[in-house]
Write a protein that binds this ligand. Structure first.
Ligand SMILES: *[C@@H]1O[C@H](CO)[C@@H](O)[C@H](O)[C@H]1NC(C)=O
Ligand SMILES: *[C@@H]1O[C@H](CO)[C@@H](O)[C@H](O)[C@H]1NC(C)=O
Length: 347
């Protein structure tokens, strides 16, 4: 494992990250709207959010080699996925499948949000892989464990041939990965556990997890949460609100969904839980929890790689023009291909 567990927390004099002015304005606007939409009674003003919520339609015509197709998984709960398919495949090899969960504190954003559409196109092209972005249900309208159910049912859907008509000839479901950022990475962890704890898979094999700045929580404040309490996007007052909106009514942040490996997480980690890469940013208040999570995986005998970006804020890689974002996607590609079946067979 690279990275010293205590190396990342910035000192008090260096709490202001350097950000391009465009990114700064974008974050300020986004924060203003999401803050204004969060009501004190725990609900979200979706009408207000819709003013800034630009959507991208699926486009079956390849753009820079990627076509996108929306597929319904379960109409009864409006669960659908957006597929990002490299039209040329990967030079004769079948492509790994990356099931992706967007961030947004379990409460915001969608698989067709324009920003995430661009992120997933880039992942599909650069890794390269078939990206399956899950439009899971949001809190507080649906709480824990709805997004975990939606992720797990998406894996079952892929296992029973649900995406074969669209991407079957290019895909290798025995090299399947879960990836996500922030709340999406939290979902990837829990869905990974469920995959490992449930049998009956015909073709889907999880080969790894890519957890980008996972959103974990707990009652006790960590050092980095205190030092970076007013950080962009994930200040503690925002994250406290988001946990209240997502966790079961009356639960505290030590709930097993948020405080993974914490005081209320009694279950053993499943034997088949796949290898993981955990991405951490030096200006992210959640960083101490993310390192603890990595240590928790290691203590349970799991293969884990910690990838640190000391200069980066939470969600850095969704903003265009951040140098670390390019590096992250490169590292994702290396991790995914080195853990996928075809690469191993070629060795
Ligand atoms: C929360 O507040 C909004 C706006 O004041 C109101 O429309 C809504 O019905 C309230 N919801 C609950 C569950 O109290
Ligand atoms: C979705 O993406 C756009 C950028 O294209 C962004 O401005 C917007 O705020 C996003 N939606 C939400 C709900 O954050």
């Amino acid at each position: 494992m690279a990275g010293n567990p205590s190396s990342g927390t910035p000192t008090a004099k260096a709490l202001k990250p350097k950000l391009p002015w465009k990114t700064r304005i974008f974050i300020t606007l986004l924060s203003a709207f999401t803050d204004a939409s969060r009501r004190s009674n725990g609900t979200i003003n979706r009408r207000l959010i819709s003013f800034i919520d630009f959507r991208a339609a699926a486009n079956p015509t390849p753009v820079r080699g990627i076509r996108t197709i929306d597929v319904i998984v379960d109409p009864s709960r409006n669960l659908w996925i957006r597929l990002f398919v490299p039209s040329d495949g990967a030079g004769g090899r079948n492509l790994p499948i990356v099931v992706f969960f967007h961030g947004g504190g379990f409460a915001f954003l969608t698989a067709d949000n324009q920003t995430y559409d661009i992120v997933c196109r880039r992942l599909a092209r650069k890794i390269p892989a078939i990206i399956v972005s899950v439009n899971y249900r949001l809190s507080p309208e649906t709480r824990f464990p709805a997004p975990y159910d939606d992720g797990f049912d998406t894996l079952r859907f892929i296992d029973s041939g649900g995406i074969d008509a669209v991407a079957g000839h290019l895909a290798d479901p025995s090299s399947c990965f879960l990836a996500g950022d922030s709340a999406g990475a939290n979902i990837a962890h829990h869905v990974g556990r469920r995959w490992a704890g449930n049998g009956g898979w015909k073709k889907v094999k999880l080969s790894g997890l890519v957890l980008i700045q996972p959103f974990f929580g707990g009652e006790e404040r960590t050092k980095s949460e205190i030092a970076l309490a007013g950080a962009p996007l994930v200040s503690t007052d925002r994250t406290d609100w988001l946990w209240r909106a997502f966790l079961p009514e009356g639960a505290d942040r030590d709930h097993e969904a948020s405080n993974v490996f914490g005081p209320k997480d009694f279950g053993e980690l499943e034997k088949g839980f796949p290898p993981a890469i955990v991405v951490i940013g030096g200006y992210d208040p959640l960083q101490d929890r993310q390192r603890r999570y990595g240590e928790g995986l290691m203590a349970r005998g799991k293969e884990v790689r910690i990838l640190e970006f000391p200069e980066s804020i939470h969600a850095f890689y969704i903003f265009p023009g951040m140098a670390d974002g390019v590096k992250l996607v490169e590292e994702m590609g290396k991790f995914i291909w080195s853990h996928s079946k075809q690469d191993k067979e070629a060795e």
